[in-house]
Design a protein around this ligand. Structure first.
Ligand code: NAI
Ligand code: MG
Length: 328
């Protein structure tokens, strides 16, 4: 089985190096093929997502992605649409040992990944610009069903839809109706909804009231950085883009140019992202082992600067590797 690996820009490369160290140790018989995309690819080839990279993604079914920079819209947002990975799953789980705002928090954001304002329909009209928000019944029902199925599979109790149907009556209206309709098929799972603005306040004041959140593309983008912040930040926030045929695994964070090149990025988000990939491929035990090694390393006080420690990316990854090797 081949995995298409795209390290990308900035810390994307650094956290991918660290993650490959762990993946190679597992010796799963997966083949990793490396491809370019992002700002650097744009400079080199005139295309942020070179044809060769897109074709490799299309030929295979699993992509492991680091981060793109300013060209993110033409790379990862485009890839999600091209490969119809319609569900973006972003767990926010407080890891053992991480000092964070909400210890024990464990929620998951399910973000619609193919439409909304991120469709990219933007036009200039003399001195103004217009963006078109596309929300379809089909994609809304599909993502709502995905969220409920995920809740069922993971034994979660509640699904909360976030929207702004009081103002965006048509687009959010369709999304709200779709969620309500799908909710009727899942009597064992509680369903409720909030307007997105109030939800942000609730998330900061008491996030424990949430379990599975389902929302549209742009709200999901924003709210998943917020939920990452509740449990320790972007350095530990993984994600998976799931479709019927393809899956792309990428951390929530971007190229982090403010720290790129310093060797201090936290690779935990990328390593946890790789764990989501392993789980998806059926390597459940291996994923568990890696997660355990990560948590033990962090709990022992060995962390990167974003979590208050002083380890560099490579040294932290080596500590995780050591724990992994020690594991039975
Ligand atoms: P960002 O997610 O790259 O970084 C936000 C903040 O979190 C920064 O202060 C950064 O240092 C910190 N951070 C992120 N990941 C970290 C890690 N692993 N360890 C420690 N600290 C971490 O978002 P920002 O700064 O808004 O964007 C930077 C570039 O990345 C932009 O060019 C943007 O377009 C791109 N981007 C790409 C994404 C993608 O490829 N999926 C997603 C978000 C942004
Ligand atoms: Mg984002």
């Amino acid at each position: 089985m081949k995995v298409v690996v795209i390290p990308g820009d900035g810390i994307g490369k650094e956290v991918m190096d660290a993650t490959m160290l762990i993946l190679n140790e597992l010796d799963l018989g997966l083949q990793y093929e490396f491809y370019e995309a992002g700002d650097q690819a744009l400079q080199k080839y005139g295309k942020a997502l070179p044809d060769e990279t897109l074709e490799a993604c299309r030929r295979n079914s699993v992509v492991l992605f680091g981060a793109a920079g300013e060209s993110a819209a033409d790379v990862i947002v485009r890839l999600r649409q091209e490969l119809e990975t319609y569900a973006n799953v972003r767990p926010a789980r407080a890891l053992r040992g991480v000092k964070c705002l909400y210890p024990g928090l464990d929620l998951v954001v399910v973000r619609e990944n193919t439409e909304c304002l991120y469709k990219g329909f933007e036009f200039e009209l003399e001195d103004s610009a217009v963006a078109i928000r596309v929300i379809t019944r089909k994609a809304s029902e599909r993502i709502a069903r995905f969220a409920f199925e995920l809740a069922k599979k993971e034994g979660r109790k509640k699904v909360t839809a976030l929207h702004k149907a009081n103002v965006m009556k048509k687009t959010c209206g369709i999304f709200r109706e779709a969620c309500r309709k799908v909710a009727r098929d899942y009597s064992g799972i509680e369903f409720n909804e909030y307007y997105i603005d109030a939800a942000c306040m609730f998330l900061v004041m008491n996030p424990y009231r949430f379990d599975v959140i389902v929302t549209t593309n742009m709200f999901g983008d924003i709210v998943s950085d917020l939920t990452a912040g509740l449990v320790g930040g972007l350095g530990i926030a993984p994600s998976a883009n799931i479709g019927d045929k393809y899956a792309i695994f990428e951390p929530v964070h971007g190229a982090a140019f403010d720290i790129a090149g310093k060797g201090i990025a936290n690779p935990t988000a990328m390593i946890l992202t790789a764990c989501m990939m392993l789980q998806h491929l059926g390597y459940t035990e291996e994923a568990k082992k890696v997660k355990k090694a990560l948590e033990e390393t962090i709990a022992s006080g060995k962390t990167t600067p974003d979590l208050g420690g002083n380890l560099k990316t490579k040294y932290f990854a080596n500590e995780v590797l050591k724990k992994l090797k020690e594991a039975p």
